[in-house]
Design a protein around this ligand. Structure first.
Ligand code: URA
Length: 204
């Protein structure tokens, strides 16, 4: 109602957006998820990382990248000299999509329609934060940010110009590394991810 609107309008823009997203019903994913997992980090961050969607741990806690994939991300960021407290971390899709198998909730990839609906929030986050660099972690983030479906291998490693002199960089998703069945491949992907993160660090 009106009072709620007034209370929201007193908030700084990013906080306000966060509050609004908490009530998002733009797509059906909100029905089964615990809560919206919005982006996190300073409103004046120079760099924004975009993942796919919250995982099981993030869905329960309400914070992005704090589970197993978050650990891989944090370690690679720290090794590259990127301080998580100074960056903005968010997801292309803000509700956890899963399939129930017994007690477990198994991650399911968001489809193009879900990504398109949630893009509204990602665009607003970019509009408010105005980062110099945006990093797409994986193909879903790349789709959200560009509207294009491409294999990551085709677009990783080269900066892509965005609006307002912003640069888009693309790398693997840390959760994809964790899901790799082959141990050698996993080690190599992790090395490539770390090297991409070091490349990101050199840009700002
Ligand atoms: N994977 C993501 O893409 N985002 C998270 O927040 C956690 C895991």
């Amino acid at each position: 109602g009106k009072e709620e609107e007034d209370a929201l309008s007193d908030l700084p823009p990013l906080k306000r957006l966060h509050e609004e997203a908490a009530r998002c019903t733009r797509c059906p994913l909100h029905c089964h998820a615990t809560q919206t997992v919005f982006g996190e980090g300073p409103a004046d961050s120079q760099i924004m990382f975009v993942g796919e969607q919250p995982g099981d741990v993030e869905d329960l806690a309400g914070r992005p990248f704090i589970g197993p994939a978050g650990k891989v991300f944090d370690e690679a960021a720290a090794a590259a000299g990127i301080d998580r407290r100074q960056i903005y971390v968010t997801n292309a899709v803000k509700h956890f999509k899963y399939e129930r198998r017994g007690k477990r909730r198994i991650h399911m990839r968001p489809d193009a329609g879900e990504v398109a609906h949630c893009r509204w929030w990602v665009a607003k986050e970019i509009e408010i934060i105005r980062p110099r660099i945006v990093v797409a972690l994986g193909a879903t983030a790349y789709l959200s940010l560009t509207g294009e479906s491409r294999p990551i291998a085709e677009v990783r490693g080269m900066p892509i110009p965005m609006q307002e002199d912003r640069m888009l960089l693309v790398t693997t998703h840390p959760a994809a590394i964790l899901r790799m069945p082959d141990e050698d491949l996993k080690v190599r992907s992790l090395e490539a991810f770390r090297s991409d993160m070091a490349g990101v660090r050199r840009l700002f």
